[in-house]
Design a binder for this molecule. Structure first.
Ligand code: SAH
Ligand code: TMP
Ligand code: ZN
Length: 405
């Protein structure tokens, strides 16, 4: 029997994606035999509306000195985070010596903009290797997991904060109640919380089931976030949909009554109810859509293989781990996956054990088809790969549906 991580109600999974490894656990051949797996099961809680994993591996298995995701690998995301930082500075920070805390600050992709403006800042980033990159850039960073206890330590050392920020990190944290209690200790009375994460509404709309992997213990909606923060005397005062990571939502949150709430919140809540994000039925339909998507993708890849054509994967994203393992796609169907991240190159993908090669290997000999795992970066990638397309190369995508482009 499992219980909701947010409200403690008994929950039943609406689907299982089967055995899954650590999504960013790229490994060597010698490590195959000892690879860690868990069952990726997803549940919806009818009381608090939170969609969540039933089981999540221990945090140190995912976030450690070998963490393979470096935020700075996408130009478009670099611009996105500059805009995020500018928005905070312009619209939310007081002029008198403000202090900003970001959790999951990674290589400093966002905090660098506060540093440039000489704004007091602190990054909280437990994965030591990515934190090191930020520290080398002169960004004030500590390598710790944020929670209630750490919040006390931060306040003791720096005083209270005006803004608490996070991108693609809150949904990674199973112990959210401790994080929110920490936020309340850390924030000044009229301070704001601003974070963004992949959005459940987009996952349902696009059948982007690859948003479910070990790190993403939650897929948020405004419904579930309002419930969660409401339990702690806080409220959502604004929401702003984002294109990033295949569709995200940014939430602005304050202590109840401390700041006026925008009409946006009610408008979007209405939309969520119209979509049925508060009903089990939608999640059952989603499961059937996932099964159909999986069957179409494996059918297509097998047909292509039968024709003797060559398929290469483009970008060894964390999300691709769910696709490869759920669909049972291995080196028999994909020669290799090219990726620009040095720490992934020369290793094998988690579970499916497809070799990861440097990006240059893709350029040297174009495949007939490139399976685009980084579809959230499609615009940036397609602009870069004009030559591949001109030479007759085709893209395979699977979000929002399986298609050859
Ligand atoms: N914000 C960046 C990085 C997202 S990856 C971006 O959007 O590109 C998620 C990051 O959260 C990882 O670097 C991971 O180490 C960090 N993280 C995980 N749990 C955390 C916690 N409890 N406190 C702070 N950071 C955490
Ligand atoms: P993400 O989807 O989680 O942001 O991961 C992006 C991954 O894609 C990262 O491993 C780097 C890789 N990548 C490429 O290989 N080429 C590219 O052009 C881009 C944008 C990303
Ligand atoms: Zn619940």
């Amino acid at each position: 029997m499992s219980k909701c991580l947010i409200c403690d109600k008994v929950i039943e999974p609406f689907m299982s994606f089967g055995k899954m490894p650590i999504a960013n656990g790229f490994l060597t051949k010698e490590q195959f035999a000892s690879e860690y797996f868990f069952e990726l099961q997803v549940a919806f809680c009818e009381r608090c509306k939170m969609v969540q994993l039933v089981e999540q591996p221990a945090r140190e298995k995912m976030f450690n000195e070998n963490y393979a995701f470096f935020s700075g690998t996408s130009m478009a995301m670099a611009i996105h985070f500059k805009e995020f930082a500018d928005h905070v500075m312009t619209d939310y920070l007081p002029s008198d010596n403000p202090f900003v805390v970001e959790i999951g600050s990674n290589d400093g992709i966002m905090l660098q903009h506060f540093k440039e403006k000489n704004i007091r800042h602190l990054g909280v980033e437990p994965s030591a290797n990515v934190a090191e990159v930020a520290i080398k850039k002169g960004i004030n960073t500590i390598s710790e997991f944020f929670d209630e206890k750490l919040a006390h330590e931060i306040v003791n050392e720096y005083g209270q904060a005006d803004a608490f920020l996070g991108a693609n990190v809150m949904c990674h944290v199973a112990y959210l109640h401790s994080v929110i209690e920490g936020i309340k200790i850390l924030l000044k009375d009229n301070g704001i919380v601003m974070f963004e994460d992949p959005y459940m509404g987009d996952v349902i709309e696009n059948t982007s089931y690859d948003q479910f992997y070990d790190e993403h213990v939650f897929l948020f909606s405004i419904l579930s976030i309002s419930y969660l923060f409401g339990q702690h005397g806080m409220e959502v005062i604004d929401v702003e949909p984002q294109w990033s990571h295949g569709g995200s939502m940014r939430y602005v949150i304050a202590r109840k009554g401390a700041r006026p709430a925008s009409n946006n919140v009610l408008e979007h809540l209405k939309k969520e109810k119209a979509m049925g994000l508060d009903k089990q039925l939608v999640y059952d339909r989603f499961r059937r859509n996932c099964e159909d998507s999986r069957d179409s993708l494996t059918f297509l890849l097998r047909e292509i293989k039968k024709e003797g054509k060559r398929v290469v994967g483009y970008a060894a994203t964390s999300k691709s781990t769910t696709i490869l393992n759920y669909c049972g796609i291995g080196p028999d169907l994909i020669d290799f996956i090219s990726d620009t991240t040095p720490i992934k190159q020369g290793k094998f993908t988690p579970g499916a054990h497809i070799p990861v090669r440097p990006y240059e290997k893709f350029l040297v000999k174009y495949p007939d088809y490139a399976l685009l795992f980084a579809y959230n970066h499609a615009k940036e990638i397609m602009a870069k790969e004009q030559k591949f397309m001109a030479s007759g190369g085709k893209w395979i995508v699977y979000v929002p549906e399986v298609k050859v482009l």
